[in-house]
Design a protein around this ligand. Sequence first.
Ligand code: LLP
Length: 418
Amino acid sequence: MDFLGKSFSYRQGSLYCGNTRLSDVADEVGTPCYLYSATDIVSRFNAYAAGLEGQRHRICYAVKANSNLAVLGLLARAGAGFDIVSGGELFRVLKAGGSASAVVFSGVGKTADEIDYALREGIHSFNCESEAELALIDAKAARLGKRAAVALRVNPDVNAATHPYISTGLREHKFGIPISQVEDVYERAKSLRNIDPAGVSCHIGSQLLETAPLLEALDALLVLVDQLSSRGIAVRHLDVGGGLGVPYKADQKSPCPTEYAGCVRERVAGRDLEIMLEPGRSIVAEAGVLLSRVLYRKQTGGKEFVIVDAAMNDMLRPALYSAHHEIIPLRQKGFGTIHADVVGPVCETGDFLAREREIANVFPGDLVAICTAGAYGFVSASNYNARPRPAEVLVENDGWRVTRERETYEDLIRGESL
Ligand code: LLP
């Protein structure tokens, strides 16, 4: 079960996370419910750190992948920095006990208020995506009497060979500044009084199952670092972004974080640079499952449908990217398998969790786990169809706790008026 973290296993036919039987959690908390393994999250984070040992570095977990406070708190205690893309994510990091000085702020559309907030809190640096943004950061920093550390986000024109919606490093994408123009923008940055051109950054895409494009981008950045240095711009940090993929399918192979980080370390050896990575998915994806209960079975149009109580509003990835998530029963009953679509209650044909899938022969009342759901799962949940968002549970040490309550109907209308 590579599509799940090492803490998950079947014991006497029941799915466990550590010593927690998942069906016990589902019975107590209800479904749908996200459940994460603290051990798996921290060990994946440590796997990155191990590869960079001996090299000055900072692993900035990409908060967008899973921003539950308890998850952020775990990572903060493990020594993580954070990659944020909004003021809201900065707020979450600070609430979780993270330090602003370990935060990098990415994103193509930072607002003036967000820049202001980040400057006041004293973040490590901005990953800046355009000259216009640079000018705004300069103006805001001037007003606060600060000098803002900035890394320009370089678009290295490398093909990440992943799903087109999550590939970001090609010339035609909206992200970053083309590598061919970036030296001029650094000159401009150097001339601004309240900007400290402290670093170089990039992020070429997500769910990469090969490291070659990531290392190709790194090589291009290292050439740039040398060129900048010959112009008298000595950057102090190099941020290679995130992007390592995870196995969503039983037979999928994915890169090992330690090996990848080791390759990065070898390439930068001997340079006086702080190396930063921004992994999100590869830290939390396999550490999480979405628990759901089967509501009905139905045969129509010559097809078998398993209708469960989790839907596209709880887990958007299958509807949005036709993403594959393995679906396994919480209790193995030995009734063979069926060929079915697993769908939710939302009124959309796109509301499916699996299509044309060979799955365990489950019946109404049975519980299933939608696997590899720890990344980009809860964070993209919505209230579509006026469905309260699910609870989140963290399994830690020998116990588990609810780290986010299931929303109530009252939550659905908070802030609204007639
Ligand atoms: N840094 C930046 C600037 C990013 O835009 C992203 C992800 C990351 C780091 C983290 O990448 P990761 O290590 O997680 O691959 N919702 C999509 C994924 C969107 C990724 C957006 N950017 C999905 O569910 O597959």
